[in-house]
Design a protein around this ligand. Structure first.
Ligand code: A3D
Length: 321
């Protein structure tokens, strides 16, 4: 059987890390695309030279020609610009909307059957614009943010309880920004929800509130520490988990930015984070979880933040209206 073809559009910090993981996991052959041909070619060659050491036969190549992504099964998009310290994700629209338009045209022409995972920020608006510009089916166009946000939440909770990260499950809804909604009631340790763990005196409401706040601002914490650029290891791992579920038809239920059609709080036509099943047909199902009033209010606040960024995109690019 032919190996899967994985096109990575953007060969920067996340793109290079994605290529490394995809090759090490032998998930498929990798095409690294970047406007800077040397960056894409250099990273592909460096990683190719590592394959004999880690003993995997994935083929890697770098390019700045969209024709080379032809027939890709999965495209993961990180093309664009990351945040600098003190910047909000929404401040990236001006630079990244034009990049997403070019990427959408390249994918539409050369890899229209691919499962497309967008990582470029501001995430929910960029994946929405990518779907609009490309005209690809919404079930084949998805945004990565929820896996990362919930992984941060899980890590902070495991640290709080001094337990394995493997035993902590956490759920995050809404847009990828400071308005995201970490769902405390649906987050568990060995199946026991956080409110019960508070009653069991494993932690306190105040400590959980602080962890929720740290999760919401998790991206900014890393941007502040790095001083130049944003997180890349955890975002890359998160996108690989989504790509693997598609390529191996695992039907994982993962929090992703998906185009809603009323499943949560009646929201339609917008890309927002929600738990979704990823299988060989792309997004196969979105969980229609019921929210309590306070959760719904937080979710709608997050939806409003996404709508505002989309309105700014439409102002800049009238074809998106
Ligand atoms: P970076 O290392 O700068 O890589 C971006 C790459 O895109 C660079 O190599 C550029 O040369 C390339 N590029 C720029 N314009 C184009 C173009 N028109 N066509 C093709 N390639 C182009 O950034 P990064 O890898 O650290 O981050 C990439 C994106 O992911 C940024 O927008 C980040 O904000 C975003 N990001 C999202 C998350 C989420 O959870 C959603 C997390 C972390 C970063």
């Amino acid at each position: 059987m032919a190996r899967a073809k994985i096109a990575l559009i953007g060969a920067g910090m996340i793109g290079g890390t994605l290529a490394h993981i995809a090759a090490r996991e032998e998930l498929g052959d990798v095409v690294l695309f970047d406007i800077f041909e040397g960056t894409a070619k250099g990273k592909a060659l460096d990683l190719s030279e590592a394959t004999p050491v880690f003993g995997k036969d994935s083929q890697l190549r770098g390019t700045n020609d969209y024709a080379d992504i032809a027939g890709a099964d999965v495209c993961i998009i990180t093309a664009g610009f990351p945040r600098k310290p003190g910047m909000d994700r929404s401040e990236l629209i001006g630079k990244n909307l034009g990049v997403i338009k070019q990427v959408a045209e390249g994918i539409k022409e050369h890899a229209p059957k691919a499962f497309v995972i967008c990582i470029t920020n501001p995430l929910d608006a960029m994946v929405w614009a990518l779907q609009k510009f490309s005209g690809l089916q919404p079930r084949k166009v998805v945004g990565m943010a929820g896996v990362l946000d919930s992984a941060r939440f899980r890590y902070f909770l495991a640290d709080e309880f001094g337990c394995s990260v493997e035993d902590v499950h956490a759920s995050v809804l809404g847009g990828h920004g400071d308005t995201m909604v970490p769902l405390v009631r649906y987050s568990t340790v060995n199946g026991v929800p956080l409110p019960d763990l508070i009653k069991m005196k494993w932690t306190t409401q105040e400590r959980i509130d602080a962890i929720v706040e740290r999760t919401r601002k998790g991206g900014g914490e890393i941007v502040g520490l790095l001083g130049n650029g944003s997180a890349f290891y955890a975002p890359a791992e998160s996108a690989i988990e989504m790509a693997t579920s598609y390529l191996r038809d695992k039907k994982r239920i993962l929090p992703c930015a998906v185009r809603l059609s009323g499943q949560i709080a009646g929201v339609r036509g917008l890309y927002v984070g929600a738990p979704a099943m990823i299988g060989k047909r792309g997004i196969e199902k979105v969980m229609n979880i019921r929210l309590k009033k306070d959760e719904r209010d937080m979710f709608m606040n997050s939806v409003a933040a996404v709508e505002k960024i989309i309105a700014d995109c439409q102002e800049m690019e009238p074809s998106l209206r």
